[in-house]
Design a protein around this ligand. Structure first.
Ligand code: APR
Ligand code: PHB
Length: 396
């Protein structure tokens, strides 16, 4: 088999890249390890920056988010049992974020690809990359017991943190940066109206962090900071709701509508960056190259901007026969990646209980939160990062 771009991974990054390349007339094949059902079953964050929404529209996949996304003009911060609004739109000349689940984004992209009849191999085992330093790299994999091979000009490694692509960058070239946090998040999805439909709520409590989010007016998503050693089985629905109420302000706590969970899972928090994001004809995008802790919901948005830059660079490569874009891809992405890493790390550090800093750390966080909610300068800094810094930020 032959194609112009072989895309490893059918998460949001791989699917969006495939859609944008196809629109520009560039042939691509996706190779995914899991089944479509498995990919769609993963529950992840659901806050889209305007840049991400625009890109989905650009790719011809905006109708879902346009019909069912909920624009948010505000976020709320809770500390010392009081809730304070941050008027994100007002502080950013009218920008909003849109609540729309990653599961829905993936579903829309998958349907779009299937409708176009583009080639994707799901349940591909033992995916391997060959000759990535040459002009004619290849991808091989096993499907239904048969070994297959794809020749291409470029490879996009969109296979997430545990993927195979990044491992093909030689260890003397790859530099990794990592911070692992000493706690996790337990998340619950429930078919109940969100307690705060117009503002995501971030709560710093001396019992630990809590977050109130949503997927729609009838589906809520809540998270609690928990020890990494906890098992899901230790968290009955009742325990989860009780604990959430204890971490919110009294008003929200009283308004919380509880119901049976339809999904419950514990995830660790990690900051990670791999540099460079290109080696030879291989280009990493999304979680394959970087991970942010979920605080601030930057993961999917960063994946989307990588893909924007990568699609532009690949289109330039094939249509203008120029390597300028692909040569700058890694540097261009990493600037934005590190800005989002900084923001996610900062918001994580501000909102969570850190076992090692004790009550001193808690008081310092509360002082910073107090400063933040009363200072237009600090609120603006939070707001402009939350909605996403402009793509040309720092280029002027
Ligand atoms: N071969 C083929 N596919 C693979 C392999 C492999 N060896 N390893 C992993 N994959 C697939 C995974 O099964 C998954 O479907 O690559 C896909 C990667 O998708 P994601 O993990 O969703 O990563 P990405 O598309 O970069 O999306 C980034 O996901 O984790 C969130 O917060 C993150 O929202 C962000 C988004
Ligand atoms: C979510 O809706 O899953 C979500 C929202 C905001 C965050 C993180 C996750 O900061």
């Amino acid at each position: 088999m032959q194609t112009q771009v072989a895309i490893i991974g059918a998460g949001p990054a791989g699917l969006l890249l495939g859609a944008l390349l196809h629109k520009a007339g560039i042939d691509n094949i996706i190779i995914e390890r899991q089944t479509p059902e498995y990919v769609l079953g993963r529950i992840r964050a659901g806050i889209l920056e305007q840049v991400t929404v625009d890109l989905l529209r650009d790719a011809g996949v905006g109708s879902g988010v346009d019909a069912a996304g909920t624009p948010h003009h505000q976020i709320d911060l809770v500390f010392q049992n009081k809730r304070y609004p941050i008027m994100v739109s007002e502080l950013t000349q009218g920008k909003v974020v849109t609540a729309y689940g990653q599961t829905e984004v993936t579903h829309d992209l998958m349907t779009h690809r299937a409708n176009l009849g583009l080639t994707s191999f799901y349940s591909a085992d033992e995916v391997d990359l060959h000759d990535i330093e040459s002009k004619t790299p290849r991808v091989s994999f096993s499907k239904d017991g048969r070994r297959q091979e794809i020749s291409c000009s470029l490879i996009a490694g969109c296979d997430g943190f545990h993927g195979v692509s990044r491992k093909h960058i030689p260890s003397n070239i790859l530099k990794e940066f990592e911070r692992v946090y000493p706690f996790g998040w337990i998340g619950v999805l429930a078919d109940v109206p969100p307690v705060s439909p117009h503002a995501i709520v971030y709560a710093n409590s001396d019992r630990g962090f809590a977050l109130c989010s949503m997927r729609s007016m009838t589906r809520s998503r809540y998270y609690l900071q928990c020890p990494l050693s906890d098992q899901v089985s230790e968290w009955s629905d009742e325990r989860f709701w009780d604990e959430l109420q204890l971490r919110l302000d009294p008003e929200l706590s009283a308004q919380l509508i509880m119901g049976p969970s339809i999904e419950k899972s514990i995830a660790p928090l990690r900051s990670y960056v791999a540099e460079p994001m290109r080696h030879g004809q291989l280009f990493l995008a999304g979680d394959a190259a970087h991970i942010v802790p979920p605080t601030g919901a930057k993961g999917l948005n960063l994946a989307a901007t990588d893909v924007k830059y990568l699609s532009e660079a690949m289109i330039e490569f094939f249509t203008a026969k120029s390597s300028r874009g692909i040569d700058h891809y890694s540097d261009r992405c990493l600037k934005r990646v590190w800005r989002a890493e900084r923001f996610s790390w900062w918001l994580t550090s501000l909102m969570h209980r850190f076992p090692e800093t004790g009550e001193f750390g808690q008081r310092i966080q509360e002082a910073e939160l107090d400063y933040l909610v009363h200072s237009r300068a600090l609120s603006t800094s939070l707001a402009e990062n939350y909605v996403g810094l402009p793509l040309d930020f720092g280029h002027q």
